[in-house]
Design a protein around this ligand. Sequence first.
Ligand SMILES: NC(=O)c1ccc[n+]([C@@H]2O[C@H](COP(=O)([O-])OP(=O)(O)OC[C@H]3O[C@@H](n4cnc5c(N)ncnc54)[C@H](O)[C@@H]3O)[C@@H](O)[C@H]2O)c1
Ligand SMILES: CC1=C(/C=C/C(C)=C/C=C/C(C)=C/C=C/C=C(C)/C=C/C=C(C)/C=C/C=C(\C)C=O)C(C)(C)CCC1
Length: 538
Amino acid sequence: MAADSKSAIPAFEHTPLDEIPAKVDRLRATFRTGRTKDIQFRIVQLRKLYWGILDNTHLIEESLMRDLHKCQFEATLSEIDWCKRECMDMINNIEKWAKDESVVNVPLEFKIMGHRIRNEPLGVVLAIGSYNYPFQLNLTPLIGAIAAGNCVVLKASEASPYSAMVLKKLFDECLDPECYTYVNGAVPETQLLLEQKFDKIAFTGGKAIGKIVAQKAAETLTPVLLELGGQNPAFVTKSANLKMAARRLLWQKVLNAGQVCISHNYILVERSVLSEFLGELNNQLRVFMPKGAKESPDYARLVNKRHFDRVKKMIDSSKGKIVLGGSMDESDFFMEPTAVLVDDIQDSMMVEESFGPVFSIMAFDTLDQAIDIANKVDPTPLALFSFGTDAESEKVLSSVTSGGATINDSFFHNQIPQSPMGGVGQSGMGSYHGYYSFKTFSHQRTIAKPPYWADSLIRVRYMPYSWPHLKRLHAMNSVNPNFDRNGARVKGLKYYLGLILSLGGKSSKSALLRWAVLAIAAAVLGAKNGSLNQWLAK
Ligand SMILES: NC(=O)c1ccc[n+]([C@@H]2O[C@H](COP(=O)([O-])OP(=O)(O)OC[C@H]3O[C@@H](n4cnc5c(N)ncnc54)[C@H](O)[C@@H]3O)[C@@H](O)[C@H]2O)c1
Ligand SMILES: CC1=C(/C=C/C(C)=C/C=C/C(C)=C/C=C/C=C(C)/C=C/C=C(C)/C=C/C=C(\C)C=O)C(C)(C)CCC1
């Protein structure tokens, strides 16, 4: 292996194509032995991975610096800490999550039939990752798939080659190679991987490649978890705290130089506060980077020339006006956080996802107009942000869908590894992180175990069919509608009885509370005048 002269990290090395099918076959053979089904085995693998991350911290930091100029602080917070927490979350919870679950709402007469749900591993999982958070976005699906008891092949992005080699090292040093394997490469390697049969494919990347992956998976009816991109809107109304909106939104565009799939691509700002908001954005940029973005020790770079050129072209082709930043330097793929004021959704700044430190701003006059723009630009974005009154934000939430959303902040909805992360519509399918990863990489297998002695109770299903038996079953389990043919609620004796018992409310919990309050009040009253019994007897 040729060592890179400047680093302890070896130069990027493609996995030989002819080794790939055998690697997958080996995992399939292991899965059949049931080795990864053992919960303690999974826990030990995750513990080893945890220590591998910890012991390779310096290499992880170095690789992120070399791939993305990601500073040590961001490397720690958004990659290393994240992955360690994800490991710990799984290690501490697998035993609980892997337990059989009961089926919700089983009718009384079926309770003895022993229905339960077993979370079983799917088999061999392929995870294909993107370049922007090489550790977080490759290790999180890996950790979830291991926790759920699968064998896993990971293919990280070739666009962050140093990180890819550190990931390979983690596999070599920490994980059982019979169960978990790593493939390094680009298009040919991924294509060959996609020729193999998997039991689930988890893909993180752009929509274009996402479609290729989904098509290929469809050929063998392989389920997919697609974590894609989108054109994420932010709404800022005149009621928003403009200083806070500028600060929080700018944060997610300077973080990792905006190479964050859940950051906004455009901000819709109410026209009357547009100039004040632009002022706040510019002030905030100076606060974040007092010596300018180029000199900031915290600021990352675009990953490579292809992405630098792509984002530059969006700005160069725009008919809008640069209202924040604008400088760039191709020599190190530096791009200043940049905002472009546009007035057309067909503008180059509005028609594609920037996936960089660049976003557009459009003014609106009414919230309805802003909602209409967002639904035209991308009706199913990955994320959405709304700054305004609660009523305005609720209106935005109910009128524009998205994978996830945060009100009055940047992507807080996905800032902890426990909340489900996933898109909707064109921004992806399925979700993962923590418990949701465990579910995503498990099959929920329903198992029933009716006792032999109950055979006479279920006689109804057997031939010769018997109407009296069916009538008896109906008498037990038929559910009478409490609504008429127009969908209106029928208010019979049960309804009024319920109303009285719940003291006018709907939920049984609050009814209980009201009864408790009533009882306490009655007791206090009784204790006070000693005449409760007399009063009740009246
Ligand atoms: N939803 C999420 O969690 C998430 C996270 C990060 C990035 N993204 C999205 O990913 C995009 C940018 O990331 P990227 O450039 O790494 O994405 P990409 O789609 O270019 O690459 C992703 C992976 O696909 C592989 N690949 C590339 N071409 C392929 C082909 N023809 N056939 C098979 N595999 C191929 C790459 O090697 C890489 O591992 C953005 O759209 C961003 O929004 C989404
Ligand atoms: C410390 C005390 C308290 C609490 C403090 C809190 C709540 C601090 C919050 C800190 C935050 C919000 C840190 C931000 C971290 C940023 C991270 C982790 C970035 C993550 C990046 C991600 C997820 C990128 C994803 C990219 C994707 C998916 C695609 O590209 C109190 C208040 C309780 C009081 C006591 C002290």
